[in-house]
Design a protein around this ligand. Structure first.
Ligand SMILES: NC(=O)c1ccc[n+]([C@@H]2O[C@H](COP(=O)([O-])OP(=O)(O)OC[C@H]3O[C@@H](n4cnc5c(N)ncnc54)[C@H](OP(=O)(O)O)[C@@H]3O)[C@@H](O)[C@H]2O)c1
Length: 318
């Protein structure tokens, strides 16, 4: 079965993703939707996409699945429109910038029986699939702590999506989503989070340290920042050994397995394309199986991470 995909929001990320469609047999890029006819056409010409449409025509078109790549604050209306039109929808991270909006999308998708998933592409990388396999097989024993960061120095530009609050700017919704989704997949939703850090001149978070705790004593510590340069690594530690996820973990290809008392082993798992083709393939597979949610990135995981991000932002006084 070939899945007919449309891209909504033809910007920077959409261009990276469009190139990765070439690596997915069975995924056909058939349309692009934009607020501007000119921008849609320019994007369609660049990537050889047959149709450039305004959003009304886009959601009415013969498309099976929509990849939504507008800034996160602009995901909700378009996601709801896709669901209403009966299209499967792959929504860029962060899903939204509010728990209420995220719940609205999840409830709409479940009520309509339409597939929806947050585009947390990291979970679909071959290295991550192997790490989950190792954890599920018990190789690490019981995983009790995770420590890491996603630190990315960026020049402050209050107009840019990364910083502009109208577009969902701030380190939590751009970087925090990755580290929290990483921890959540292994340890689940924490019982508490304590966040500290600093805001940028326009009031969005520039740097944040987060300590996550579970009532049974497990914990995780994660750092995110736009202000300093840093590695972007993760360490997953269990009673029988630990795994270093080599930088940058959100696009990892290398794991170093340190069995307790044994010699470390470096394991390589190359990704294809820019690494986004794996999530596209996963959505295609889910649709072929008639699933309305991904077993790897379920909507309940998205909601758990959204609750955490909202709490972190609240504690920082935003
Ligand atoms: N997975 C990853 O590795 C990764 C990497 C980067 C970004 N992302 C995610 O991808 C999304 C887009 O990021 P980006 O950097 O590509 O954004 P961007 O280039 O700033 O914007 C994407 C497009 O969204 C549309 N748009 C902008 N403002 C809008 C508004 N107010 N209402 C409706 N549409 C609007 C624009 O298209 P038109 O003007 O043509 O409508 C724009 O070209 C974000 O959620 C981000 O977190 C993911």
């Amino acid at each position: 079965m070939s899945v007919r995909w449309g891209i909504a929001g033809p910007g920077r990320m959409a261009a990276v993703m469009a190139a990765d469609f070439a690596h997915v047999p069975g995924a056909e890029l058939v349309a692009v939707g934009s607020r501007s006819a000119e921008r849609a056409q320019a994007f369609a010409d660049q990537f050889g996409i047959p149709r450039a449409l305004d959003y009304d025509a886009f959601f009415a078109a013969d498309i099976d699945a929509v990849y939504l790549a507008t800034p996160h604050a602009q995901h909700t209306d378009l996601a709801l429109a896709a669901i209403e039109a009966g299209k499967a929808v792959l929504i860029e991270k962060s899903f939204t910038i509010s728990v209420a909006d995220s719940i609205a999308i999840v409830e709409a998708a479940r009520a309509r029986g339409v597939f929806a998933m947050e585009a947390m592409w990291t979970r679909f990388l071959p290295a991550m699939i192997e790490l989950r396999r190792m954890v599920e097989a018990g190789d690490l024993g019981e995983v009790r702590t995770i420590q890491g960061d996603l630190i990315a120095a960026r020049e402050y530009d209050p107009a840019d999506r990364l910083f502009n609050p109208e577009l969902g700017g701030g380190a939590v919704y751009d970087l925090g989503v990755y580290v929290l989704a990483f921890v959540q997949q292994f340890l689940g939703e924490p019982d508490r989070v304590v966040a500290t850090g600093g805001l940028l001149p326009n009031g969005v978070e520039g740097e944040v340290g987060m300590l996550l705790g579970w009532d049974d004593g497990r914990f995780a510590s994660e750092a995110i920042s736009f202000r300093v340069a840093g590695p972007g690594r993760q360490l997953v530690a269990g009673t029988q050994g630990w795994v270093d996820v080599k930088p940058r973990f959100h696009r990892a290809e290398t794991l170093v397995w340190h069995p307790r008392g044994g010699e470390p082993r470096e394991l390589h798992f190359p990704k294809r394309g820019a690494g986004y083709c794996h999530e596209i393939e996963h959505v295609n597979q889910c649709l072929a199986e008639g699933l309305t949610e991904s077993p790897v990135m379920p909507l309940d995981d998205t909601l758990a991470v959204q609750r955490l991000m909202a709490e972190v932002v609240r504690q920082l006084g935003r």
